[in-house]
Design a protein around this ligand. Structure first.
Ligand code: NAG
Ligand code: NAG
Ligand code: NAG
Ligand code: NAG
Ligand code: NAG
Ligand code: NAG
Ligand code: NAG
Ligand code: NAG
Ligand code: NAG
Ligand code: NAG
Ligand code: NAG
Ligand code: NAG
Length: 716
C-alpha cells in the first residue's frame, strides 16, 4: 500500500539530445561500402569485447579476421575509420575498456541500458573525437577521474551518465575542460555536494543540464545562470536550499525550469519573471515558496506546464493567468491560495487538460468559464470552501474523466448527479464531504456513468438507502459510501458488480445479516485486474505523503464497520481469498469466528472488535502471514489467544474486553503449556468447544513485527 511515496509528475524527464538520432541515421546510411578498418582499431574493439563478462552474443559478429566495419553496432567512415559504437540494450556485463579511447575517429558511443559496472574511463570522457557519449542506465559507480587542469578543450557535446550508481562530489575539473559541452544529463545518481557553477563559463553553448534525483545540496549557484543559451535546467528531487538567484532570470531562452521537491524558498519576483518569456514548463512544486503569483505571469505566453504544488503560496489566482493561453496543466494543490476563482477567465485556456486546486482555501462557486475548457481531463477542486451547484454546462467537458469535488460545501446532490451523468467519460467521481444531510438520490433515471469505476460519496450524512442506480454502474471497482446515515440492508444486487473489489459502507445505519452474495463477487474471490490508467489521472492522497496512483495500491476491502449488522458471520466469507482488509467492527454480530478465516491468506487488516462474538479464536489464524492489524476487542471470546506467526506481534489492546480470553500477554494467563496442547489436540479430534478458561504460561515473546503504522491507521 505504501509503495508510491515519490511525487509523480506528468511531464517526462527525458533529455532532448539535439538531432542525435538524425545524425546517427545519416551515419548508418553512409556506412555501406566502406573499406576495412585498421588492425589497430580492430584491436581496440577486441580489447573492449575482452573486458566484458557477458557480451550479449556480440562475439558472434565481432570476429578477428573480418572487417570490423561490418560488426554489429559499428559504423565506419568510407576510409574505414570507426565513427560510432552503438550498443544500447545489448545485455552487456562487465567493465568498459579504456581501449575505446584509442579509436581516433569515434564520435558516437552509446552503451546505454546495459549492466556495465566499474568506472567510466577518463579516456572516453576526454577523447579528442567523441562528441556524444551515452552510458545511461548502467551500474557505473566510480567517480570519474580528475584531469590536469591544463587539458585543452575537448570535443564532448552531449554526455549522458544518468541512472547509474555514481556517488560523491561532482568532478569539477572535468567539466571545466569541456568547452564544447551542450547537454549534460547526470540525473538519477547519488552525487553530493554543491552544484558546480561554471558550466557556462567554460562552455558557451551549454543548453541542457539535468541533475534531478541526486543528493545535491546548498544553494543554486549564481554562475550557473549566466548561460545565455540555457534552455533546460532540471534539478528536482535534491536537497537544494536558498532562493532562486536573480541571475537565473538572465537565461531568457529557458524553456524548461524544474526544481521540484527541494527546500527552496522566497517569492516569485514580479519583474524578473517576465524574462522567462520562452518558458514552457515551470515546476517549483514541493518547496517552501511563498507570496502571491505575480501578475506578470500573464506575459509567459508559451507556458504550458505550471506546477507550484505543495508550497506556501497565498492570495488569489491573478486574472493575468488567463493570458497564458497555452496552459495545459495548472497544479497548485496544497498551498494557501484563497479568494474566488471567477477572476480567471478559463475560456482563454482552451488547451487546459489538468486543473488541480486540491487543498487550498478557494471560496465562491465554480466559475462558468471552466466549462468551456473542452479538453479538460482532470479537474480537482477538493478541499476548498466552494459552494453552490454545478452547471449543466459541465456536459461540454467531453474528455473529463477525473472529477474530484470532495470536502467543499456543494449542495443538491440530486442535481449534481443528474448533471454529471452527461459526462460520459467520467471514470472517477469523488464528491464526498459535501451535500450535508441531504437525501441519497433514488432517481431511477440516473442511467449515465457507464464508464464510472470509482465512486466516492462518503462523509455526506446522506439519508436514504443504498440506491438501485448504483447497480447499473457495471464497471464500478471502488464504492465509498461510508459516514452517511444510510439505512436498510445491503442490496443483494451488489454481487452483480463484478469488478467491485473495494467497498466501504462503514459508519451508516445499515441493518441485516452479512450477505452470502459477497462470495459471488469475482473481484473479492479472484485476483483483480488493473484499473484503467485514466482512473487515477491525478494521484489520490491518504495522509500527507501516501498517495495512490494505481489501483493495485489499494487492498481488496470489505468494510462494514459501525453499522447495525447482526447474525452470525457466514463461514463462506472465508472464500473471499483476495481480501486485504476485512472490517466488521462495531456491529451486532454474534456466534463464532469462522474457522474458514484461516483461508483469507492475503488479509492485512482483520477487525472484528465490538461485536458479540463468542467461542475460541481459531488457532489457525496464525497462518495469516500478512496480517499486520488485528482486533477482536470487546466481544465475548474465550480460550487461549493463538500463538506463533503474526500473533507474536499484536499487543494486548487487540484482545481487550474479552474477560474469558487467556494468554501470556494478557493478565489472564492460561493454565499450562501441556494443558494448552491437550486442549488443541482434543479440539482437533472432536471440535470440542472449550467452555472453560485455561491459564497459559508465558512462552512466547511479543511485538517483533508489530506494524505500528498500519495499526494506527486503522485503529486510531
Ligand atoms: C587478431 O588477429 C591478428 C592477426 O591474425 C593477431 O595479430 C591478433 O593478435 C589477433 N587479435 C586477437 C585479439 O586475437
Ligand atoms: C592505445 O594506443 C597506444 C598507442 O597508440 C598504445 O600504447 C596503448 O596501449 C593503446 N591502449 C589501448 C588501451 O589500446
Ligand atoms: C544578470 O542578472 C543580474 C541581476 O539580475 C544583472 O545585474 C546582470 O546585469 C545580468 N547579466 C546579464 C549579462 O544580463
Ligand atoms: C493580457 O494581455 C493583453 C495584451 O497582451 C493585455 O492588454 C491585458 O492587460 C492582459 N491581461 C491581463 C489580465 O494581464
Ligand atoms: C483558510 O482561511 C481561513 C480564514 O478564512 C483560515 O483560518 C485558514 O487558516 C485558511 N486555511 C489555509 C489552509 O490557509
Ligand atoms: C484538444 O485535444 C485534442 C486531442 O488531444 C487536440 O488535437 C487539440 O488540439 C486540443 N485542443 C486544444 C485547444 O488544445
Ligand atoms: C472517452 O473515452 C473513450 C474511451 O473510453 C475515448 O476513446 C474517447 O476519446 C473519450 N472521449 C473524449 C471526448 O475524450
Ligand atoms: C454551506 O452552505 C450552506 C448553505 O449553502 C450554509 O448554510 C453553510 O453555512 C455552509 N457551510 C459552511 C461550512 O460553509
Ligand atoms: C436540486 O436540483 C433540482 C434539479 O435537478 C431541483 O429541482 C431542486 O429544486 C433543487 N433543490 C434545491 C434544494 O435547490
Ligand atoms: C440499530 O438498530 C436499533 C433498532 O433495531 C436502533 O435502536 C439503533 O439506534 C440502531 N443503531 C445504529 C447505530 O444505527
Ligand atoms: C479452505 O479452503 C479449502 C479450499 O478451498 C477448503 O477445502 C477448506 O475447507 C477451507 N478451510 C476451511 C477451514 O474452511
Ligand atoms: C450480546 O449478547 C448477549 C446475550 O447473548 C446480550 O445480552 C447482549 O445484549 C448482547 N450485546 C450486544 C451489544 O448486542
Amino acid at each position: 500500500m505504501q509503495s508510491l511515496h515519490f511525487s509523480y509528475k506528468t511531464h517526462t524527464n527525458k533529455l532532448h539530445i539535439p538531432s542525435l538520432g538524425l545524425a546517427l541515421m545519416l551515419l548508418v546510411c553512409l556506412a555501406s561500402h566502406t573499406s576495412s578498418c585498421t588492425e589497430q582499431e580492430k584491436g581496440s574493439l577486441l580489447q573492449f569485447l575482452a573486458k566484458l563478462s557477458q557480451d550479449g552474443g556480440l562475439a558472434a559478429s565481432w570476429r578477428n579476421g573480418t572487417n570490423c566495419c561490418k560488426w554489429e553496432g559499428i559504423t565506419c567512415r568510407e576510409d574505414g575509420t570507426v565513427t560510432a559504437v552503438l550498443l544500447p540494450s545489448k545485455g552487456l556485463h562487465g567493465h568498459i575498456s579504456q581501449s575505446l579511447g584509442n579509436l581516433t575517429g569515434l564520435q558516437y558511443l552509446d552503451l546505454s541500458d546495459n549492466l556495465l559496472s566499474g568506472g567510466l574511463p577518463v579516456e572516453l570522457v576526454f577523447s579528442n573525437s567523441i562528441t556524444t557519449l551515452d552510458v545511461s542506465f548502467n551500474r557505473l559507480n566510480s567517480i570519474l577521474d580528475e584531469l590536469p587542469s591544463s587539458t585543452p578543450d575537448r570535443s564532448m557535446q552531449v554526455l549522458n551518465i544518468s541512472s547509474n550508481l555514481f556517488v560523491g562530489q561532482f568532478p569539477s575539473t572535468i567539466w571545466k575542460a569541456m568547452g564544447n559541452l551542450v547537454a549534460l544529463n547526470a540525473s538519477n545518481n547519488s552525487f553530493t555536494g554543491q552544484i558546480p557553477a561554471y558550466f557556462c563559463e567554460t562552455s558557451p553553448f551549454f543548453a541542457v543540464l539535468d541533475l534531478c534525483f541526486n543528493k545535491f545540496s546548498g544553494n543554486i549557484p549564481q554562475g550557473l545562470c549566466d548561460c545565455s543559451r540555457l534552455r533546460e535546467l532540471r534539478a528536482g528531487n535534491n536537497n537544494l536550499s536558498g532562493t532562486l538567484p536573480d541571475e537565473l532570470f538572465n537565461a531568457t531562452l529557458l524553456e524548461y525550469l524544474s526544481f521540484p521537491n527541494n527546500d527552496l524558498h522566497g517569492a516569485l519576483d514580479d519583474v524578473l519573471i517576465i524574462n522567462l518569456r520562452n518558458i514552457v514548463t515551470l515546476d517549483l512544486g514541493g518547496n517552501k515558496f511563498s507570496g502571491r503569483i505575480p501578475d506578470s505571469i500573464g506575459q509567459l505566453k508559451k507556458l504550458e506546464e505550471f506546477h507550484l504544488d505543495n508550497n506556501m503560496m497565498l492570495g488569489e489566482l491573478p486574472s493575468a493567468l488567463s493570458n497564458c493561453t497555452n496552459l495545459r496543466t495548472i497544479d497548485i494543490k496544497t498551498n494557501k491560495f484563497s479568494g474566488e476563482l471567477t477572476k480567471v477567465n478559463f475560456s482563454n485556456l482552451p488547451s487546459l487538460k489538468t486543473l488541480d486546486l486540491l487543498n487550498n482555501n478557494f471560496t465562491g462557486t465554480v466559475p462558468e468559464s471552466i466549462y468551456s475548457c473542452s479538453n479538460l481531463t482532470a479537474l480537482r477542486l477538493e478541499g476548498n470552501k466552494l459552494h453552490g451547484q454545478l452547471s449543466p454546462q459541465i456536459s461540454n467537458l467531453k474528455s473529463l474523466s477525473f472529477l474530484a469535488l470532495g470536502k467543499n460545501n456543494f449542495t443538491n446532490i440530486t442535481n449534481t448527479l443528474q448533471i454529471l451523468k452527461s459526462c460520459r467519460n467520467i471514470t472517477t467521481l469523488l464528491i464526498g464531504d459535501n451535500f450535508k444531510g441531504e437525501l441519497m438520490p433514488e432517481d431511477d433515471s440516473n442511467d449515465g456513468f457507464e464508464n464510472l469505476q470509482v465512486l466516492d460519496i462518503k462523509d455526506c450524512q446522506l439519508s436514504g438507502e443504498i440506491p438501485v442506480w448504483i447497480s447499473r454502474l457495471t464497471h464500478l471497482k471502488m464504492l465509498l459510501l461510508n459516514s452517511n446515515q444510510l439505512t436498510g440492508p445491503i442490496p443483494t444486487w451488489i454481487s452483480s458488480l463484478r469488478y467491485l473489489f473495494f467497498m466501504d459502507v462503514s459508519n451508516n445505519n445499515l441493518i441485516g445479516e452479512i450477505l452470502l452474495t459477497f462470495t459471488e463477487m469475482p473481484m473479492l474471490t479472484d485476483s483483480k485486474t488493473h484499473l484503467d490508467p485514466r482512473v487515477f489521472e491525478l494521484p489520490l492522497y491518504k495522509g500527507p505523503s501516501l498517495q495512490y496512483r494505481v489501483v493495485t495500491s489499494f487492498p481488496n476491502t470489505l468494510n462494514l464497520s459501525n453499522n447495525n449488522f447482526t447474525g452470525v458471520i457466514p463461514p463462506q466469507i472465508g472464500q473471499l481469498e483476495v481480501l486485504g482488509v476485512l472490517d466488521f467492527s462495531f456491529n451486532k454480530l454474534f456466534g463464532q469466528i469462522p474457522q474458514s478465516f484461516c483461508n483469507l491468506t492475503n488479509l492485512q487488516v482483520l477487525d472484528l472488535s465490538n461485536n458479540n462474538l463468542t467461542g475460541d479464536i481459531p488457532a489457525a489464524l496464525n497462518s495469516l502471514h500478512f496480517l499486520s492489524a488485528f482486533s477482536i476487542s470487546n466481544n465475548d471470546l474465550q480460550g487461549p489467544i493463538p500463538s506463533g506467526g503474526q500473533f507474536e506481534t499484536f499487543q494486548n489492546s487487540s484482545f481487550d474486553g474479552n474477560p474469558k480470553l487467556c494468554g501470556s500477554i494478557l493478565s489472564h494467563k492460561c493454565v499450562s503449556v501441556k494443558a494448552q496442547e491437550a486442549i488443541i489436540l482434543s479440539r482437533k479430534q472432536t471440535d470440542y468447544k472449550v467452555g472453560f478458561v485455561i491459564a497459559f504460561s508465558a512462552f512466547f515473546g511479543v511485538g517483533v513485527l508489530y506494524d505500528q503504522l498500519v495499526l494506527s491507521r486503522y485503529f486510531s
